[in-house]
Write a protein of this length. Structure first.
Length: 291
């Protein structure tokens, strides 16, 4: 089971978004559809009864969950996704599909770090960086989530990722490049140009934004951690939660504003129990024995 699964928030469009990604991204398929219950919903969710709650897709084996909800949140570039291609034709074909209705943030072109690279925000505001990989470089999976530290979290990439590595089991540092090492003045006080690391055995990337940004981490993209038992839920909850007013239904925010969901790995089974959804809605940290 994938330890950490990104959750992306959609305002009633998770079904069409899932279809869009299946058609646009290589080796992508819909793995599971989960519906809202027809009873036990909060008042603000009543119009969602029986409709899609989540769509879980896999992109070359990497799982992501599309959350179908209201208009409270939207994805933004603070958490985006590298797509590492080894075939130029596939990269270009994927780019042409993702830009439909979207916004190009960096044109598809040659850059110092890649022979072919581009950054696009798709029509659902999810951000993708498409890159042609160097066959002589270190191997990386097709999908790598990237954390961009900006706004209130500006210049905290090293601090935060060191903490995540120390906190989450089966984690390790990878590469880290700083402006100082490159002999450059740090724009906007930024320290980390690029870094990658493993959390729970999965590759992630992080950087400090080189310019002021009008966005930061939100619930629009959260990281869901599958835990084997209550002890592991308690451990990660205690280590990560730093904003008590954000604690709800297994969601929390850490000291850098990152949203996490700390859940039991048998969550699907628990939610099949009578009244489980209503019970979950009354919890902050999830307590397995209370389902």
């Amino acid at each position: 089971m994938q330890k950490i699964i990104p959750n992306l928030w959609y305002s009633g469009t998770a079904d069409e978004a899932a279809e869009f990604y299946v058609q646009s991204l290589p080796q992508t398929k819909l793995e599971e559809n989960v519906a809202y219950p027809t009873e036990g919903l909060a008042d603000f969710q009543l119009d969602l009864a029986g409709k899609t709650l989540t769509n879980e897709i896999s992109i070359d084996g990497f799982r992501m969950i599309l959350v179908n909800a209201g208009d409270e949140f939207r994805p933004n570039p603070a958490i985006n996704f590298f797509l590492n291609f080894d075939a130029e034709a596939t990269l270009r074909a994927t780019w042409e599909k993702l830009i439909v209705g979207g916004k190009v943030l960096m044109e598809l072109n040659q850059y110092p770090h890649s022979q072919l690279y581009g950054w696009v925000e798709d029509k659902y505001r999810v951000n993708w960086q498409l890159m042609l990989t160097n066959p002589d470089g270190d191997p990386r999976p097709f999908v790598v989530p990237q954390l961009m530290f900006c706004g209130p979290a500006q210049n905290k990439a090293a601090e935060a990722t060191d903490y995540y590595i120390a906190t989450i089991e089966d984690s390790a540092p990878g590469n880290r490049v700083t402006y100082q090492e490159m002999g450059q003045d740090a724009p906007n006080g930024a320290e980390v140009v690029f870094s990658d690391f493993q959390l729970g055995g999965q590759w992630f990337s992080a950087m400090d934004s080189a310019v002021d940004q009008a966005f930061t981490f939100t619930e629009g993209v959260s990281l869901m951690v599958n835990c084997k038992d209550q002890a592991e839920i308690d451990k990660y909850w205690d280590a990560l939660s730093a904003v008590p007013e954000s604690e709800v239904c297994g969601w929390l925010k850490d000291r850098w504003g990152m949203s996490w969901q700390i859940v039991p790995e048998n969550m699907g089974e628990l939610m099949e129990r009578p009244g489980a959804y209503e019970k979950m809605m009354q919890m902050k940290k999830l307590i397995i024995d209370e389902f």
